[in-house]
Design a protein around this ligand. Structure first.
Ligand code: ZN
Length: 308
């Protein structure tokens, strides 16, 4: 099937080097590259007087040292989390020790998926800390105000239930910018891996971004990109097409997740088959929630699938 998406892989950066993307927005890339994290996790310092840090990233002493050096004698007053995947939150304890900042984010959440929790290693981007409680709880529409910055939270579940995007108003008539976390990135589509990843939520969260007016987006991995509303629309179309092709596949008699992977992801690199199976499982859950297919319980990679 033709892919309607075009990815933006280019990214200018160096590990340990601060990069000013716009006034009061400085990006750092952690040295944790992988098929799930691309070049590494992005951390952002916001503000010009006292600062906020968006996503400390993995536990990585040189990464934190680069952030602290760039902050200089300016205080980091807040550490803000887009979500609690380990490659975003593992560096939090050391960052808190270094800054004494207050934490802000969505906070704990229950798992609602029927899919059992994954065990064992599942790639650097996986495993959320769903019991994490920030000092300041931000829900949809919540605002975090600093000395010369303000971040408005947009609840964007799907990649994880606790995922927040943030809109930053810029000074001097500059257009607002959007921090999209792992919800929308330009280098690849977001991983939707059950149980914390839920496709129905993800699609609704894409629609939410489609109504945004920010002109530039700063993602959790990969380089900045323009027009996040348009990118969200392209990703929504892509997922709807995939949803339709998976439904067709099951209607045609394919009765297992692995069978769907073999048909829909023909010729896929073998190392990515596990990730593809999780993505298909997310579609299976979404199709089954809408009563478009039947899947044997409990929902898992070995569920038997049938058309309705
Ligand atoms: Zn993530």
């Amino acid at each position: 099937m033709a892919e309607p998406l075009s990815f933006k892989a280019a990214m200018e950066f160096a590990y340990g080097e601060p990069r000013e993307l716009s006034p009061g927005v400085v990006r750092f890339v952690a040295n944790n590259p992988s098929p799930y994290t691309y070049k590494g996790t992005n951390s952002y310092l916001i503000g010009t007087r006292s600062l906020a840090l968006i996503d400390p990233g993995p536990e990585d002493a040189p990464h934190l040292a680069a952030i602290m050096k760039a902050a200089g004698d300016r205080k980091i007053t807040h550490i803000v989390l887009t979500h609690t995947h380990r490659d975003h939150i593992d560096g939090l304890p050391a960052a808190l020790k270094a800054t004494g900042a207050k934490t802000a984010g969505f906070g704990s959440y229950p798992l609602v998926s029927e899919v059992a929790e994954r065990t064992g290693p599942g790639g650097e981007g996986s495993h959320t800390d769903r019991n994490w409680q920030p000092d300041i709880v931000l829900k949809d529409g919540g605002r975090l105000q600093g000395e010369d910055w303000a971040l408005d939270a947009i609840h964007t579940p799907g990649h994880t239930p606790d995922h927040l995007a943030f809109s930053l108003s810029q000074p001097g008539g500059l257009p607002d910018v959007l921090f999209t976390g792992d919800h929308i990135m330009a280098w690849n589509t977001s991983v939707i891996a059950p149980p914390e990843g839920r496709l129905g939520d993800y699609l609704e969260s894409l629609e939410k971004i489609m109504s945004r007016t920010e002109t530039v987006a700063y993602p959790g991995h990969g380089g900045q990109f323009d027009n996040p509303a348009r990118v969200a629309r392209a990703y929504l179309v892509h997922r709807r097409m995939r949803d339709a092709s998976i439904l067709e596949c099951i209607k045609g008699g394919v009765d297992s997740v692995d069978g769907v992977v073999a048909q829909v992801y023909r010729g896929l690199d073998e190392r990515l088959i596990g990730a593809a199976a999780l993505s298909v499982l997310a579609h299976v859950e979404h199709l089954s929630e809408r009563a478009l297919i039947r899947a044997s319980s409990p929902l898992s990679r070995s569920s038997v699938l049938s058309a309705v």
